[in-house]
Design a protein around this ligand. Structure first.
Ligand code: AMP
Ligand code: FES
Ligand code: ZN
Ligand code: ZN
Length: 345
């Protein structure tokens, strides 16, 4: 297999681009795709301070590496979610990456700083773990950007993630979310700008990037997300992609080009007025924000180890007990729960 650019030995074939690349040309390809996403969607400039949300996985570490390599001012933010050995491995990968490169990593420990962890929050709220997880991450990303004076928060969502979220939103005709699904969410009423510079790269590509750059990332997926809908949508898209390379890219980017605008009015109509949370000051539609309400519910709860919790957030020994309760939410959604993405903010 020869590199399409230099005819040297290729290390990867990219069927959707009808190309093979050697190591150097593949790394250049990744940088070019990220540069294109940043420029096309006007994500940020050289003077902006970027806070990269880092999970220790391939996407966010590749993103941080790429941004630093491209000369952007990028610091990391890691949240220890308290998900047993998974969080221990995530912490180690994130800290090790930052230390080796002399980069600044801001760290938040949910248990130490806020008195709870995700398995306990899932058990107390009796909702899928990804629900309190997503809510906590969104709140803490926003707060860290605000207090740290960052211009933008960057996450490692890739093409596979975005195409899977789009598929979920289409299957359930979530028109409001369709109107908000974009690689950039502008700053609004105290929320920082949020961007996804990896939208032009697939999961396979970010994994290959890490391997070729010698980045040690955690391969293990979150044990609490096992079997969720988002993973099923990814599998379905992978089957389509295998038969017809380029399907995911066309699905997502043609949605942005040809359809996303049609849903904007629905998204705007549902944008309720925001005011500061009376407890923490974060923007919210309610008197007290969803994060502070979660804090109130979980304070003092007996810690629940990951092992006794099913992926639906219920303790395993409880057999289909009470129906999951839903708190009135500003920002929490059932459909987006577990989707690894929240289109609402
Ligand atoms: P996920 O929701 O796990 O698919 O992750 C999507 C993105 O959210 C990742 O690429 C990271 O940018 C960010 N992220 C996920 N988990 C964490 C974490 N524990 N701390 C900081 N950022 C995270
Ligand atoms: Fe949030 Fe798994 S990473 S529940
Ligand atoms: Zn080459
Ligand atoms: Zn609050």
């Amino acid at each position: 297999m020869k590199c399409t650019v230099c005819r040297g030995e290729a290390v990867i074939d990219l069927r959707r681009h009808n190309a093979n690349f050697c190591r150097d040309h593949f790394l250049r390809f990744c940088r070019d795709q990220v540069a294109k996403a940043i420029a096309e969607h006007r994500m940020f400039g050289r003077d902006d301070r970027v806070l990269v949300a880092v999970s220790g996985g391939k996407d966010s570490l590749a993103l941080w590496d790429l941004l630093v390599d491209m000369g952007y001012q990028a610091e990391g933010l890691y949240i220890d979610l308290g998900i047993g050995s998974y969080s221990e491995a995530s912490t180690a990968a994130s800290v090790d990456f930052a230390e080796r490169r002399g980069l600044t990593l801001h760290r938040i420990d949910l248990r130490e700083q806020h008195g709870y962890d995700i398995p306990t929050a899932a058990a107390v709220t009796r909702r899928v773990p990804c629900s309190s997880c997503g809510l906590s991450k969104r709140h803490l990303f926003d707060e860290a950007a605000r207090t740290g004076g960052f211009d933008v928060v960057a996450t490692g969502h890739n093409l596979d993630d975005e195409a899977a979220v789009l598929l979920g939103n289409v299957l359930h005709w979530q028109t409001e979310y369709l109107g908000r699904q974009a690689p950039v969410l502008e700053e609004r009423d105290g929320f920082p700008r949020k961007v996804k510079p990896l939208v032009r790269l697939s999961e396979r590509e970010t994994a290959a990037y890490c391997v070729l750059r010698g980045i040690d990332y955690i391969v293990e997926e979150c044990p609490m997300a096992a079997g969720n809908r988002h993973l099923r949508y990814k599998e379905a898209l992978n089957a389509l992609e295998a038969a017809s390379p380029g399907t995911k890219h066309a699905f997502y980017f043609e949605f942005l080009d040809k359809a996303a605008d049609r849903f904007r009015p629905e998204a705007r109509a549902s944008q309720e007025e925001l005011r500061p949370c009376t407890s923490c000051g974060a923007p919210t539609t309610a008197e007290v924000c969803a994060f502070c309400r979660l804090l109130e519910r979980v304070q003092g709860a007996e810690p629940v180890p990951v092992e006794v919790l099913g992926s639906k957030g219920r303790r395993r020994r409880r057999r289909n007990g009470a129906a999951p309760r839903r708190a009135p939410g500003d920002g929490e959604t059932a459909t987006a729960a577990g989707a690894g993405e929240r289109v609402r903010r």
